[in-house]
Design a protein around this ligand. Structure first.
Ligand SMILES: [Zn+2]
Ligand SMILES: [Zn+2]
Length: 106
């Protein structure tokens, strides 16, 4: 998927990764350089993306946690993807996202 990678104004050590979702939203998540964490946005349609350290593991853990209470039963499962984007400071940053099989209405 095509991600838009930017540094927020006056935050040279932060990268913001967003995309134009098919539902019309513009989900975004930020990652602080060097941090052992990942942030995410879960779009209204059910698509969710994580940005940062161990993004793929954290995405899987998040979805597994939600599955224990059936929160995503309506979307019929996800297809997972992982890729990297290049931060403005030159290092690769992990991005992982899950595409719902039956997206929710915007
Ligand atoms: Zn969406
Ligand atoms: Zn939406």
């Amino acid at each position: 998927m095509e991600f838009i990678v930017k540094t927020p104004l006056n935050k040279a050590d932060v990268v913001e990764v967003r995309y134009d979702c098919f539902c019309g939203c513009k989900p975004r998540a930020q990652y602080q350089r060097g941090a052992d964490e990942a942030n995410f946005e879960h779009c209204c349609c059910g698509q969710v993306h994580f940005v940062g350290a161990k993004a793929e593991d954290r995405l899987k853990a998040y979805l597994a946690e939600r599955a224990t209470t059936g929160m995503d039963d309506d979307v019929g499962g996800y297809t997972l993807h992982a890729q990297q984007v290049k931060a403005p400071w030159g290092e690769p940053v992990a991005v992982a996202y899950a595409v719902p099989h039956h997206p929710r209405k915007h």
